[in-house]
Design a protein around this ligand. Sequence first.
Ligand SMILES: [Zn+2]
Ligand SMILES: [Zn+2]
Length: 285
Amino acid sequence: MARASLKLGEMSIEGASRAGDETWFRIHPPGLAFDTGRGARELAGAHDIFLSHGHLDHALGLPYVLSQRSLHHEQHTRVFCPAPIAEPLAELVSAAERLEGGAFRYELLPISAGSRVAVGKDLEVEPFATDHVVPSLGYHLVRRRRRLAPAFAGLTAAELAAGRERGIDPSEVFEEIWLTYCGDTGPAVFDLEPRLFASRVLLIECTFLGDEQRGRGDRYKHLHLEDLAERAADFQNDAIVLHHLSRRHSVADLRAAVERLLPGLAARVHFLVEAENPREEGATP
Ligand SMILES: [Zn+2]
Ligand SMILES: [Zn+2]
């Protein structure tokens, strides 16, 4: 599959995603992984892996990535997953360890919506509930930053400097959702987690397009482009990365449909799958 990369401000995103094929992303900073696809070598540098759900196009690669990290790089890995899938995942990894004849260095950490995990300086991951046919989570990457506190907003630079000399700190800490990864989800996610509309970068699936596929999203717990179009006015994100496109559609089809159905959003929409391999555009896999 084509690996693509995107640079969005200070953040870089590397990944590959097609429905039923594989989906994984590596996010820098802090270098963490969202899902593992069927086993991408690019994830061997990821100390933290967050799995959205257990479908094999997202999770089968976990033993491979752990093997690469443990046996070849001797590195420890933290794997976070929805609590109900921890046991079968542990069994899958355990079978892989027996096949490879060595123990992997990892810990499996079940998590649930609302908890927080520190993943780097001023960075935390917070899981949230999504709407899929098996236990699933989406993840926010939350960033802590400093800004001028509103009480000092009217002061000149000289006044602020004078204040600082007297030991007054005019800044305050605030949090923002820097990136949101929804994994696989049906349209109920918009009610379950409305904060996704305000994240700076939104990685959201768009599996289906066109009249023929209408209604499939709700049935199979995926999103149809119509689901996004209905809520077009709600997306406050700086960038929206669409992924998990069905193999029955080409990226060119998706791009044309976005321009037609989401004219107000099209300038902020990115198509990750085509970024590094434009020759794939227009091809119907
Ligand atoms: Zn999937
Ligand atoms: Zn799935």
